[in-house]
Design a protein around this ligand. Structure first.
Ligand SMILES: Cc1cc2nc3c(=O)[nH]c(=O)nc-3n(C[C@H](O)[C@H](O)[C@H](O)COP(=O)(O)OP(=O)(O)OC[C@H]3O[C@@H](n4cnc5c(N)ncnc54)[C@H](O)[C@@H]3O)c2cc1C
Length: 466
């Protein structure tokens, strides 16, 4: 019998076991043996950990993310829901004031379903699904220190566990280590050029407190309450009530430079009452706090244009917040992380992992979902004073005015709102805003007058005030 050599299965190392790392592992699992390297010791259930401090704040998963999560990990959404998460009909079950201070009407025939739960619950379910895949293993309590290889090929990572340093070799290294990623420095250490970065920082601070769901709101379809900041009236201040599992409300308040919320418990509800509309503060009147107040300023839009570097090493890829972090008020990071992983999976269906040029093609593919979220966030935030070295361009101003009109139209027309949500949820590109569903009602004008207050029913108010 001739000796037929079995081709070796490719190997991949993913740095970081948060959302982007888990999605990347899921995308690679059919094509490679994947080792996730994580600095933290991972909890067995829905518990906080040091490496994901943002988990204390409200996290909303838009419908584009829900679809991408399910595509990568079939059954994962049902599992989150079985553990207390909620799939929310966002057109019906969100009371929302837009940045231009228009209240959206609530409609009953929507098709967008957002996932609402605590980030700890979401991460624990994602971990359980990914770590159950036969080709995925995790090395916890292990820190990646740098890359091994040359400017033309990355061959592994240097890792430290306790006091022991060693090298892990792989055909593909994926950096999903978040906003604090050292990839730019690691690449220049290999002799590659400096990557271009852009930052647009509205100076948003977040303050979050968890409450017991008040009155008789527990176990009901109580709506999400969202008051968005108006970029034209700096400081921009907003807030959200997210009713999550275990009958809790996650309440996150936000403010830009000069109008930031603080960790002072005495000031929390007063800040909510002082927003452009007092509804969040009013609904908190009978809610008992269950936690201290967590704050963060890690909210700047920051993008690294890896796809534009003139040279790129084989065997290396950057994903998730390590490519771009967005102002979290837009709630896009998780959706982009999953959509990037889908783009990677699509890419490795066509190119072998070990083929020269594959990593560069994957990095370019990941830039597409990144750009969609980036343009939406920066299109708003560039208007805050001091947000960017370069003022908004004429095109950005035109687009911002058009989006304002689209929001106004969507606030009272269900077809236009569906088009707007297709874009905001990252299900469709921004060109959807120029479809007849939007343009027709925009030209004809609103059939109903704008609402003069939040569309919350008396029954919902009463439920929260007993
Ligand atoms: C305040 C806030 C609110 C947000 N709200 C939303 C929201 O509503 N909706 C939404 O979609 N997104 C939201 N986001 C964004 C979301 O949190 C991120 O997009 C998401 O966590 C994906 O990030 P990531 O996996 O790329 O990185 P991270 O979540 O930052 O995880 C990085 C991981 O890498 C590990 N790590 C880091 N360095 C090393 C190393 N050297 N070696 C080994 N391991 C390492 C860390 O321990 C961690 O596990 C929010 C972000 C913030 C800051």
């Amino acid at each position: 019998m001739p000796d037929i050599a079995t081709p070796r299965r490719p190997t991949a190392v993913v740095i970081g076991a948060s959302a982007a790392g888990l999605f990347a592992a899921a995308a690679l699992a059919d094509y490679a043996d994947v080792t996730i390297v994580e600095r933290d010791v991972l909890p067995g259930g829905p518990e906080p950990r040091r490496g994901v401090p943002q988990a204390r704040h409200a996290h909303l998963v838009w419908s584009g993310g829900v679809l991408a999560f399910e595509d990568l990990l079939p059954g994962v959404i049902d599992d989150v829901v079985a553990k207390g998460g909620r799939l929310v009909d966002i057109m019906r079950d969100m009371v929302s004031r837009a940045p231009n201070e228009v209240w959206f009407r609530r409609f009953t025939n929507g098709y967008h379903r957002n996932l609402v739960c605590s980030r700890d619950l979401l991460d624990s379910v994602l971990r359980a699904h990914v770590l159950a895949l036969h080709s995925v293993t995790v090395r916890q309590d292990t820190t990646v220190l740098g890359l091994e290889g040359t400017a033309s090929r990355v061959t592994g990572v240097r890792v430290r566990t306790d006091d022991d340093e060693s090298t892990l070799s792989a055909d593909l290294i994926v950096d999903a280590s978040g906003r604090g990623s050292h990839a730019p420095r690691w690449l220049t250490a290999l002799g590659l050029p400096v990557v271009t970065e852009r930052e647009v920082n509205a100076g948003v601070a977040y303050a979050t407190r968890i409450y017991r769901a008040p009155g008789t709101t527990a176990n009901t379809r109580f709506p999400l309450i969202n008051v968005q900041a108006n970029p034209e009236k700096a400081p921009g201040q907003g807030g959200i009530i997210l009713p999550v599992e275990d009958n809790r409300w996650i309440v996150t308040l936000s403010g830009t430079r000069g109008g930031e919320p603080t960790a002072d418990p005495e000031a929390f509800r007063a800040f909510a009452l002082g927003l452009g509309d007092p509804i969040i503060g009013e609904l908190l009147e009978h809610a008992d706090p269950l936690s201290d107040i967590a704050t963060t300023r890690s909210t700047a839009n920051r993008r690294r244009y890896y796809e534009k570097l003139p040279a790129w090493p084989d065997g290396f890829l950057v994903l998730g917040d390590a490519i771009a972090g967005y102002n979290p008020v837009y709630g896009h990071g998780l959706t982009v992380a999953a959509q990037c992983a889908l783009a990677v999976r699509e890419g490795i269906r066509r190119h072998r992992i070990t083929e020269p040029g594959t990593a560069r093609a994957l990095q370019r593919a990941a830039a597409k979902p990144v750009a969609a979220a980036w343009d939406l966030a920066v299109g708003q935030d560039a208007f805050y004073p001091g947000a960017s070295d370069t003022p908004p361009t004429a095109a950005e101003r035109f687009l911002a005015r058009f989006v304002d009109r689209a929001v106004e139209t969507g606030a009272s027309n269900p077809r236009a709102l569906a088009a707007l949500l297709d874009v905001m949820s990252l299900e469709k590109p921004a060109t959807r805003l120029f479809s007849p569903d939007m343009l027709r009602p925009m030209l004809i004008g609103p059939r109903k007058p704008p609402l003069d207050g939040p569309p919350i029913t008396d029954a919902e108010r009463r439920a929260a005030s007993t």
